[in-house]
Design a protein around this ligand. Structure first.
Ligand SMILES: Cc1ncc(COP(=O)(O)O)c(C=O)c1O
Length: 423
């Protein structure tokens, strides 16, 4: 990526993990170019080859990842696919009450805003539906219950279970065992919330409760899907099965707004969710589905997972060196190439949004130096306190580029912190 002066930028966020295979990716770009000449658009009620093949490829992948059978439905953007998933759950259950996490981001259309945690996004528009019941996220660095992971025994999961103990906790009719809540929307690894990886058994514990009360699990993989975390779906790290998976962004390597969902057969079969239940003129369009097919081919590369995991480890290792130099870096962690740097005051815990903003802005100026040449740096800011650099570099990031990232971040932290501190 270059700015208007021709200065190259090292992009460590790739449109919030949409362009995973890098800008100017030849196979994907060529496929889109060819598609323009062959069949550029087609209203979504008609079938075309790429749509069928892409739906089949994703369904097959779901069988591989979770041994789960179901069907795929496309839409245009992530938020719209979330809306479709809401319709599926409402249709199947006749109910409208959902759980979601504090710190969640599921989009900003009006129903998606009801399960996105920020009130700011709902405030001017009122309620179209019911806002979700927002459950504290298992965020161990900043535990919402002020516990420590080595001694907490998954207190947070137990607190979720407590909601179902008595009808007076407002969730369940304990006489019949019927829950008023019918789905839990999760991001297996919270994206905009700060690339926070939950502890290993958390979801297994939650899923037991959900299964007992017949509550569906909807896994939003819009930011973390398609190998960002080193597995096809981020949820695969946690040993549980979803009922619905929603995806978008990286499906087309950023070449076309195409999103979709997979739902298990009982929820999405035509008798349950008839054709026409949702529709958008450009959903499943030929340019998007052809790009998606090409991306699915790139994702079959057997060396991809090990490449992502080894680059991720190298990157985290470099950033941990940086953490030794600057007390303001409270946490460095990640999974695959979804990496977080949590920025704090010198105490290593109080969120330091100001420093994050200054470094972010300075990176965009394009005045960093590497081997005598000027460069810019593209970062992304996330987190419950907007104090986290959420890094999602290209899957093809090289060792040299990881070194450049270290050098640029070192320069920027040096510029805006009073001094370098030995820990
Ligand atoms: C996890 C998650 N869900 C939903 C969305 C909304 O997708 P879109 O911006 O394509 O509507 C996003 C976008 O950042 C996301 O990260």
């Amino acid at each position: 990526m270059y700015d208007y002066r021709g200065i190259p930028y090292l992009d460590l966020q790739m449109w919030y993990s949409a362009v995973n295979f890098g800008y100017k990716n030849k196979p994907v770009n060529d496929a889109v170019r060819n598609q323009i000449d062959r069949l550029p658009q087609l209203a979504s009620q008609y079938l075309h080859r790429e749509k069928i093949e892409l739906a089949a490829a994703i369904s097959k992948q779901m069988q591989k990842s979770f041994r789960a059978k179901g069907r795929v439905h496309f839409n245009v953007g992530g938020s719209q696919a979330i809306e479709d998933s809401i319709k599926i759950i409402r249709k199947a259950t006749g109910k409208t009450q959902f759980f979601a996490f504090q710190g969640s981001y599921h989009g900003r259309t009006i129903a998606a805003s009801e399960i996105t945690s920020s009130y700011r996004y709902r405030k001017p528009y009122g309620h179209f539906s019911n806002r979700a019941e927002f459950i504290p996220y298992p965020y161990c660095f900043r535990c919402p219950y002020a516990k420590r992971f080595d001694t907490c025994k998954y207190y947070c999961a137990d607190q979720f279970g407590r909601l179902f103990e008595t009808e007076y906790n407002s969730i369940v009719d304990t006489k019949t065992g019927e829950s008023e809540f019918v789905a839990f929307y999760i991001e297996a690894i919270q994206g905009t919330g700060g690339y926070i990886v939950p502890p290993p058994d958390y979801y297994r514990k939650i899923k037991k409760i959900l299964d007992h009360f017949k509550i569906y699990l909807v896994d939003d993989e819009i930011q973390m899907g398609f190998y960002r975390t080193g597995k096809f779906w981020a949820l695969e790290h946690f040993g549980i099965k979803p009922d619905v998976v929603v995806f978008g962004k990286a499906l087309t390597n950023g070449m076309n707004p195409l999103s979709g969902l997979w739902a298990k057969e009982e929820l999405v079969k035509p008798e349950a969710f008839p054709p026409g239940s949702t529709h958008s003129t450009f959903s499943s369009n030929p340019m998007g589905t052809t790009a998606g097919l090409e991306v699915m081919k790139l994702l079959q590369d057997k060396t991809l997972a090990s490449r992502i995991n080894s680059s991720g480890k190298k990157f985290i290792c470099m950033l941990k060196k940086l953490q030794k130099k600057y007390k303001e870096i409270g946490d460095v962690s990640g999974l695959g190439l979804a990496i977080r740097l949590e920025i704090c005051e010198k105490d290593g815990i109080t969120p330091n949004r100001r420093l994050v903003d200054r470094i972010f802005q300075a990176g965009l100026e394009g005045d960093l130096e590497y081997k005598g040449k000027k460069y810019g740096l593209v970062l992304d800011i996330g987190g419950h306190y907007k104090n986290i650099f959420t890094l999602s570099p290209s899957f093809y990031i090289t060792d040299e580029e990881i070194g450049m990232a270290y050098k640029f971040l070192d320069e920027l932290f040096g510029r805006f912190t009073a001094s370098k501190h030995k820990r």
